[in-house]
Design a protein around this ligand. Structure first.
Ligand code: DON
Length: 317
């Protein structure tokens, strides 16, 4: 164990403040130099590598924000947990997971060779499983996407949230690997619709939000799908258990196992540079810094989470 020390609690969770978050942010600000902004979706390459934000929504719903709190970025893979929630609530868990696995992975997010072996995606967190998940949400055309957008707006209580048409167009015109997966799954009888369904996946990935919005999403799944302001319209302990378990085993892709040892919390990253974290029964954390490590996870974001977890002994383990 030479990379990360075991958690040494130095402060109680009730003492979290913008000051404590700020000192963690400043300590880790330069980690962006160790990563690289994603450019395989060309439009993402325009992001400011130096932008950084850190948010926490505490148990009582109180919000703490530091850094570039106004800065919007695309949620990318973080949208997969919202799509999973909707697909499972419409179709039932068994029907969704008949078509894909609950497996962890030693592979990157865009891996799909198992579509040739078992014929099914490994899990709903990787691209193949997520594209399939979105195709299972009912409705024609962009209706499934609109349900995802509405749910993100509900959870964040932010009706102004929308998607970036430029990031969407950029991914749609270059996402040939995802398109390949879509047709392989159609060939395997898992997907029945047309390319509108893939477009919905590209659109959901392009939803723009802030680190604060991500902290509210983390809070929601940490608290049985109860919103940060206490609204319990979607309260569902089974659902939050399912989503958090997938985040824990595959939310950080092939880094998930090491992440579970070091951070020890259900988390979901996106190539836009965001990570949402659920501290079960307690709080939500949202981070943003666009430079990614070799696993496609925000480099500075990971280190901010790690420091917060160590300082307040937040790990589950
Ligand atoms: O499908 C893609 O490749 C992107 N829209 C999302 C990938 C992603 O965010 C992976 N996460 N770290």
């Amino acid at each position: 164990f030479n990379t990360v020390m075991f958690a040494q609690k130095t402060a109680d969770i009730s003492t979290i403040s913008e000051k404590t978050l700020s000192s963690i942010l400043e300590k880790n600000r330069t980690y962006y130099t160790k990563g690289k902004v994603a450019d395989y979706i060309p439009e993402l390459g325009n992001m400011d590598a130096k932008a950084i934000a850190f948010s926490v929504v505490e148990k009582n719903g109180k919000v703490f924000n530091v850094g570039d709190v106004q800065k919007k970025f695309t949620m990318q893979s973080i949208s997969k947990i919202i799509a999973l929630m909707i697909a499972v609530s419409e179709k039932g868990e068994t029907n969704v997971f008949d078509k894909m696995g609950y497996f962890g992975t030693d592979q990157p997010f865009n891996h799909f060779s198992n579509l040739e072996t078992t014929g099914k995606p490994l899990n709903p967190m990787m691209n193949a499983g997520a594209i399939l998940t979105t195709s299972l949400i009912s409705g024609d055309g962009e209706k499934p996407f609109l349900k995802i957008l509405d749910m993100v707006r509900y959870i964040t209580k932010n009706q102004t949230l929308d998607y970036s048409t430029s990031v969407y167009e950029s991914e749609k015109s270059t996402g040939h690997r995802n398109r390949g997966m879509f047709y392989l799954m159609k060939n395997n009888g898992l997907i029945s619709g047309n390319e509108d369904q893939l477009d919905n996946y590209f659109r959901q990935c392009s939803i723009e939000l802030t680190a604060e919005d991500l902290a509210k999403i983390g809070y929601f799944f940490a608290n049985e799908c109860v919103r940060f302001d206490g609204d319990s319209k979607y309260k569902n302990a089974e659902m939050s258990r399912l989503i958090q378990s997938q985040m824990l085993i595959a939310g950080m892709y092939e880094f998930s196992g090491e992440y579970a040892r070091t951070v020890g919390l259900p988390s979901k990253s996106g190539v836009g540079g965001g990570i949402t974290v659920s501290v079960p029964g307690k709080m939500g954390i949202g981070v943003f810094s666009p430079a990614l490590d070799q696993h496609g996870n925000s480099a500075a974001g990971y280190h901010m989470i790690l420091d917060l977890v160590k300082q307040y002994d937040l790990s589950l383990f």
